[in-house]
Design a binder for this molecule. Sequence first.
Ligand SMILES: [Zn+2]
Length: 150
Amino acid sequence: MAQDRPVEERIERRLRDPKVARDVQTLADFTRIWCVGRHKGSERHPVSTTAARLGVYGRRIPSLCSECEAHLAYAEKRRACCPKDPKPFCARCDTHCYRPDEREWQRQMMRYSGPRSVLCGHAIDAIRHAAAARRHRAARRAGRSREEGR
Ligand SMILES: [Zn+2]
């Protein structure tokens, strides 16, 4: 696995970026809501993903079942590898960096956890997410009308 080392190092460097860390924390919060709601009876344990190991979650290490931990570990890496700055909305991005099955999982997870996050004390995250989506849609509309005007 020696050849994977530079990739790992880049992921670790990116996870230390506060913007990336915040996105990853939100992802973990949403994944936790999904896991608690959808995987009742599953055994959960504090995750040991790359971000957890690097201290991105601080002392609030999310507790997930093994299945959700694998999804979160994948999502952390995808987020860390995103070359776009500012990062567009994953759901609206034209670069499909997610594997189709992971993409589908994340779509369902966000749809489930987004509205519930407001009830679970993550109102700020949910509002930030919705506001960013609105800005993104507005920017796209503006971009389109500029093109049409040509
Ligand atoms: Zn789970």
